[in-house]
Design a protein around this ligand. Structure first.
Ligand SMILES: Cc1ncc(COP(=O)(O)O)c(C=O)c1O
Length: 399
């Protein structure tokens, strides 16, 4: 029987960065030596005490279903943790565990967005926003960033404000941002909060990188006045505890929305993995030094990568204080090498240096009027000696 996919699937996007991984794999298979800066994954082990807690939970028989919103101990521990870091007043009723941070995007949209509603999302940004808004029948309205001297970017607040219409229902904010690594200033967060209140918008605060910070203190939109009642926080154990493959995250927000999200849990996965929740509990409660070690490793990688990228002629790379991404401006380098197309440039860099990167094109549709060109390098999945080798080759390529 011929398969004709359901029409809604035509609206479903994907993470096109997976094509970069496939290309890198093919290059390796043909004998090439790849420096995997395209990976958003981590090559650091999950701390021992977390792994041991999972094994113990399995031995203790935590292998059946558990409540759909998660085990109460973890919901409570997470509420306490967030209250400390965010200055909020959540209880376990405000927390629904999820199989990763990613499902929070889907379930937030399913909970608050009707068909035809407009949702503002960052572009460049995590590509799943665009995909899921459109899949569930919404209209994805991009907001963007303005170039700054030195290769940096900042929120284009005027464009964002001008994009609000009577149909705007929600805004997605990814502060500590993938792919750019930028953070919003307090002033920008306050403007975003005022905008959300003025237009009565729901807010998804994607805080996947809240704890991946090398200096200073992360701030949350949810802690600003009148925001907790309209904001769902995307929390994840993936990055802070190097647990990307364990699949555990949480939606944290007003009880009314969290109840709907828990009902979606019942309909989707029933519950998140039971014994993994005990591992996450150990992550929150024991041995904070383990997360600090992860951060230190990432910091060393960042410092070297930024320094070396800025030594490539025509590449300008700011030094973000958070996330594990770099988003250097490469317009001049591309021009010197005779490329206008991102795809051709990335392919040339791969073939000639082995350095595998994502480009701006992997983070949402390229918008009209964009003049400067950017690539994204992740340093979470590549050891420091390989960063050095790969970027040495890139410096030679740029000359
Ligand atoms: C901005 C952002 N949000 C959410 C996620 C989802 O992370 P996970 O599902 O691994 O928790 C990611 C993962 O890379 C991300 O970059």
């Amino acid at each position: 029987m011929a398969f004709v996919q359901a029409t809604r699937i035509n609206r479903l996007g994907t993470e096109t960065a997976f094509a970069v991984a496939a290309r890198a794999q093919a290059f390796t298979a043909s004998g090439g030596d790849v420096f995997p800066f395209h990976l958003g994954d981590m090559n650091l082990p999950t701390p021992d005490h977390i792994a041991r807690a999972a094994l113990k939970a399995i031995e203790d028989g935590k292998t059946g279903y558990c409540p759909s919103a998660g085990i109460p101990q973890l919901r409570e521990a997470l509420a306490e943790e967030i209250n400390q870091s965010h200055g909020t007043r959540y209880t376990m009723e405000n927390v629904a565990l999820q199989p990763g941070g990613k499902p929070v995007i889907t379930k937030f949209l399913q909970s608050v967005m009707n068909e035809g509603d407009e949702v503002l999302y960052p572009n460049p940004g995590y590509p799943i926003y665009e995909s899921q808004i459109e899949y569930f029948g919404g209209v994805a309205v991009p907001y963007t960033f303005l170039p700054e001297d030195g290769g940096g970017l900042r929120l284009d607040m005027a464009q964002l404000e001008a994009s609000v219409t009577p149909k705007t229902r929600a805004i997605i904010v990814n502060d500590l941002h993938n792919p750019t690594g930028i953070e919003h200033s307090l002033e920008e967060l306050e403007k975003l909060a005022r905008l959300a209140v003025k237009h009565n918008l729901f807010v998804l605060a994607d805080e996947a990188y809240f704890d991946i910070r090398y200096q200073g203190k992360s701030r949350s939109l949810a802690s600003l006045p009148d925001m907790a009642e309209r904001t769902v926080i995307l929390y994840t154990f993936s990055k802070r505890f190097a647990m990307t493959g364990w699949r555990l995250g949480a939606a944290i927000g007003p009880k009314s929305i969290i109840d709907v999200i828990s009902k979606l849990n019942v309909n989707n996965e029933s519950c998140s993995c039971h014994f993994v929740q005990y591992a996450a509990l150990a992550g929150l409660r024991e041995n904070p030094a383990a997360s600090r070690e992860i951060l230190e490793t990432l910091r060393r990688r960042r410092d070297l990568a930024v320094e070396m990228l800025n030594a490539v002629p025509g590449i300008f790379c700011p030094r973000p204080e958070a996330t594990f991404y770099l988003f250097p401006e490469v317009s001049e380098c591309m021009r010197r090498k005779g490329f206008d197309s991102y795809k051709d440039f990335a392919e040339d860099v791969l073939v000639k240096t082995g350095v595998s990167v994502c480009t701006r094109e992997h983070f949402g549709r390229v918008l009209a009027g964009e003049e400067k060109k950017y690539i994204r390098l992740a340093y979470s999945g590549i050891d420091i000696d390989r960063i050095e080798q790969g970027l040495t080759a890139l410096i030679a390529y740029g000359k």
